[in-house]
Write a protein that binds this ligand. Structure first.
Ligand code: AHR
Length: 485
């Protein structure tokens, strides 16, 4: 029996909604045939975006969506994606060498912001620091957000359909600048960051926040060296990101129990990563004014397991293993909400660790989608510490509007867990509602033929007796418990 205790007085503050963020890049089938089908398509759509995705995505209350890359951002010229669609150029993009598909630019700034408005996500644009100038990035900011009737670029935005500012809340300055984004040292990047952020800031009229490119996974030296160089000559900075893909282990669908343990173990390292980057930043930022942003995270299985069988670059199938890893990762973010201010799972559709798979008339949600749905009440809630979980059980808890939400993931491939939940200082109501996402087979996943193979069970009402609850969490499962105060 695992004994979990809720301790509100040890909570870490508010869980930033942006921890539940997403990422959509111009890459493979993310937009092409995935999110975007075009206005003339027979596939039901809203102004070109797949209606199924718009509606389902809106339902999980996405707080933020990062766009247009990823690597794509570092060769992207935003001017290619504005103006009448028929006149937009076909361009060579970052991924051309991998899949020989050119960029049609049918989706650009206005379409992306339209998608955000339809779904409720705040737009987060990743700027090109490697192959365009600081002035180009500043002009994109000016185009997006200078008030109507001010500059010529603001007038051009109005001609293109949006007289009012687009309201870009977050700007990334570069992407993976230790690699594809210019292959820089941390010192070189810090210098570039300061140049770009200084120039851009003079066009920042709506309080947009900047995110700097951080490390690749455990490269804590990048964080230290960037922070040291940045401290010498600063510019406005809200968050420092890092990317962490836990990779793959075995076949994305037909993995063994040992491969399950390997991948779940690697995903669990997110906790250590946060601690190590946090420690590296603290030396230079003792007041913790700079937040941690996990700009990209997720599983990265070998290509070819998705419905397009490899045609869409990086498209992969998602099983209960991916759902458990998503749940574990989101619990870690909740439990570190004092330092993690945003995180974006990569990527939204037909890609790595995605929430949607779609092709033509076929469209499904993955088990990972259901995790985001089960966890959505944590957004903006007050964190509650959970004590006592073993290393096979991942837990986090929060309170919002008089309701406690406890989310759990059973990290064991084959063993159910008996759990007793109690509280140290939160008065628990008489009943709780228990919703479980589980399948007998941990390899279970949704396909176009069986779209509901993995779907949450019917919520059950459970009694709270003498301030305690007894629960059974099946093997390889994710669950949510809701209790009124
Ligand atoms: O998500 C796919 C790619 O992974 C992104 O473009 C890049 O930033 C990362 O390496």
């Amino acid at each position: 029996m695992e004994r979990i205790c809720l301790i509100a007085s040890d909570g870490k503050g508010r869980i930033a909604p942006e921890i539940y963020g997403h990422f959509a890049e111009h890459l493979g089938g993310v937009f092409r045939g995935g999110l975007w089908v075009g206005e003339d398509s027979e596939v039901p759509n809203i102004r070109g975006f797949r209606r199924f995705v718009v509606e389902k995505f809106r339902a999980i209350r996405p707080p933020v969506l990062r766009y247009p890359g990823g690597c794509f951002a570092e060769t992207y010229n935003w001017r290619d994606g504005i103006g009448p669609r028929a006149h937009r150029p076909k361009t060579l993009n970052w991924w051309y060498r991998d899949d020989r598909r050119v960029e049609t630019n049918e989706v650009g700034t206005h379409e992306f912001v339209d998608f955000c408005r339809m779904t409720g996500a705040q737009p987060y644009l990743a700027g090109n620091l490697t192959s365009m100038t600081p002035l180009d990035l500043r002009k994109w900011m000016e185009y997006c957000d200078l008030p109507a009737g001010t500059t010529t670029l603001a007038a051009e935005r109005a001609e293109n359909g949006d007289s009012e500012p687009l309201g870009i809340r977050f700007w990334g300055i570069g992407n993976e600048n230790w690699g594809g984004g210019g292959n820089m040292t941390p010192e070189m990047y810090a210098r570039e960051y300061v140049r770009y952020a200084t120039i851009c800031h003079s066009a920042n009229v709506n309080g947009a926040r900047y995110v700097a490119c951080g490390a690749n996974g455990f490269d804590v030296a990048w964080t230290e060296r960037f922070m040291r160089a940045f401290t010498e000559k600063r510019a406005p900075l809200w968050g420092l990101s890092f990317h962490y893909y836990c990779g793959g282990a075995g076949d994305p669908v037909a993995f063994t129990e040992a491969e399950w343990d390997t991948l779940v173990g690697r995903a669990a390292q997110m906790q250590e990563l946060i601690e190590r980057h946090k420690a590296a930043m603290l030396t230079f930022d003792p007041k913790r004014e700079i937040k941690i942003v996990v700009d990209e995270w997720g599983c990265w299985h070998p290509d070819g397991s998705g419905p397009s069988r490899g045609y869409n670059l990086f498209e992969q199938q998602s099983t209960m293993r991916d759902a458990v890893i998503a749940a574990l990762t989101l619990n870690i973010f909740n439990n570190n909400c004092d330092v993690v201010a945003m995180a974006n799972v990569a990527q939204l559709c037909n890609n790595l660790h995605c929430l949607f798979l779609a092709d033509g008339e076929y469209e499904i949600v993955t088990p990972t989608y259901h995790v985001f749905d089960l966890y959505k009440e944590h957004q903006g809630a007050r964190h509650i510490h959970t004590a006592g979980a073993s290393d096979k059980l991942s837990v986090s808890a929060s309170e919002k509007n008089g309701v406690i939400t406890v989310t759990m993931a059973n990290l064991s491939f084959g063993e159910a867990r008996e759990i007793e939940l109690s509280s140290f200082d939160v008065p628990l109501g008489a009943q709780a509602v228990w919703t479980v996402l589980a399948c007998e087979d941990p390899h279970a996943h949704n396909t176009f033929e069986t779209p509901d193979a993995v779907t949450p069970g019917v919520p059950q009402t459970l009694p709270v007796r003498e301030g305690k609850l007894t629960l059974t969490l099946p093997a390889a499962a994710v669950a949510r418990l809701e209790i009124r105060l």
